[in-house]
Design a protein around this ligand. Structure first.
Ligand SMILES: C[S@@+](CC[C@H](N)C(=O)[O-])C[C@H]1O[C@@H](n2cnc3c(N)ncnc32)[C@H](O)[C@@H]1O
Length: 406
């Protein structure tokens, strides 16, 4: 039995062993973390290595992950300590000295890094692990209860249907404002010659206020409603001239009859839904009718909606957007029989020297463009269907509408 540093060729077995020790992580996550460590670039600010116990006949039978921590509970606070991040031995090989040999390698490594102490932890109820630690000379420092509290204003209130927490809102504002800019430009062109004093504009799902600020700059009075408090926090900074409130595009006050020059819903706002909800064409029809009521004659309802085909022919779309300060991974799956799609979004926003990870799942109920168009005509709108807002083209299955109250 040889204890040695893990190598790239150990990766698959290492992923199996990590998954056995930490079943709450996915195999992809274990693969990503282990791959980074064996290539010498761990996803940590301080050094971190893995030793494996390699049996010439049976292969790898255990591992220990050891790193440096700037501070470990109970250890001398004036210098970094070594710390056992993970320690696992195959069930059939326990009690044979493999665990001891792994810990010895971890201690030697820590010592070579200049540490004078090594820390470790385990779950309070894991009696076997506690006995194993004590048999190897570890002393119990304390048993503690861990708490956490968020330091960013994640959305609160409306539960499952809420999207765009702090980080995703910030990334959307910094890097995904093209649609809002193009939508505002189109609306400004369509309202040319109309006296801005003759009515106001209401933006449903106004987001971070990108289009609102542009419409205010053109002399319009603009109100914005969004369900995401994080989006509205940015909007207050970016678009101080827009009158903002938290609310749902489906239930908020639309304003007095015949008072609006325009209503917008830029960026699939009316597609967003709570998890598991299917499209409710009746709800869309009745909201569009209410919007018709609040518009002045000649007023415009400009919006875009996604429909079947949005994720392409395969029903699955993967996307990666990399920026200096942020990375976004998206996996989109269309559940075509149910006319909805889900987006699994992982974002990494730079925070100081590190990137902070945030994950959201968005659910969209899909509406077919021809059905929406005939519903708008039924209500009394004149309808122009768009395949983009000016220079911004919608992808497949995504359509825009300029609905004019005749
Ligand atoms: C793709 S973003 C578009 C934001 C903005 N209109 C733009 O184009 O930059 C979708 C926006 O819709 C908001 N939203 C989703 N569901 C909503 C709802 N039911 N009521 C109000 N806002 C909603 C989200 O919080 C988010 O700000």
């Amino acid at each position: 039995m040889r204890v040695r540093l893990a190598e790239p060729g150990d990766l698959e077995k290492l992923v199996d062993m990590r998954a056995a020790l930490w079943p709450e992580g996915t195999r992809d996550e274990h693969h990503r973390d282990a791959e980074a460590i064996v290539h010498g670039r761990p996803l940590s600010t301080m050094p971190l290595v893995v030793f494996v116990a390699d049996d010439p006949k049976a292969g790898l039978r255990g591992f220990v992950e050891v790193g440096l921590r700037s501070h470990a509970d109970g250890c001398d606070p004036i210098r970094p300590s070594a710390f056992i991040e993970g320690w696992w031995v195959e069930a059939g090989a326990r009690g044979t000295g493999i665990g001891r040999a792994l810990i010895q390698a971890a201690e030697d490594w820590g010592h070579a890094q200049g540490a004078t102490e090594i820390g470790s932890d385990t779950w309070a109820e894991n009696e076997a692990s506690r006995r194993a630690h004590e048999a190897l000379g570890f002393e119990l420092v304390d048993t503690c209860a861990n708490y956490k509290k968020s330091l960013v204003d994640l959305p609160a209130g409306e539960g499952a249907g809420v999207h765009y927490g702090h980080d995703l809102a910030e990334i959307h504002h910094r890097h995904f404002g093209m649609l809002a800019r193009a939508g505002a430009k189109l609306l400004r062109e369509r309202l040319q010659g109309v006296d801005p004093a003759s009515g106001s504009i209401l933006e449903l799902g106004c987001g971070s206020g990108i289009s609102g600020a542009l419409l205010v700059a053109a002399g319009h009075r603009v109100e914005g409603v969004d369900i995401s408090p994080a989006m509205l926090t940015i909007a207050r900074r970016h678009a101080p001239g827009v009158q903002l409130r938290t609310g749902s595009a489906w239930t908020c006050e639309l304003g007095e009859a015949q008072s609006r020059l325009a209503v917008t819903a830029f960026g699939e706002v009316l597609n967003y839904t709570a998890e598991e909800s299917r499209p409710r064409p009746e709800a869309l029809r009745s909201r569009c009718r209410e919007i018709f009521e609040c518009l002045r004659p000649g007023g415009l309802f400009v919006f875009d909606l996604s429909g079947p085909g949005r994720s392409g022919a395969t029903g699955r779309r993967l996307g990666v957007w990399e920026h200096e300060d942020a990375i976004v991974y998206l996996e989109e799956t269309e559940i075509d029989k149910e006319q909805r799609l889900t987006r699994d979004i992982h974002s990494f926003l730079r925070a100081g020297a590190l990137h902070r990870r945030h994950r959201e799942k968005h659910c969209l109920a899909l509406h077919e463009a021809p059905v929406v168009e005939s519903m708008l005509l039924d209500i009394g709108f004149e309808v122009e269907r768009l395949d983009g807002y000016g220079d911004f083209s919608f992808g497949p299955g995504w359509a825009g509408f300029v609905a004019r109250k005749a």
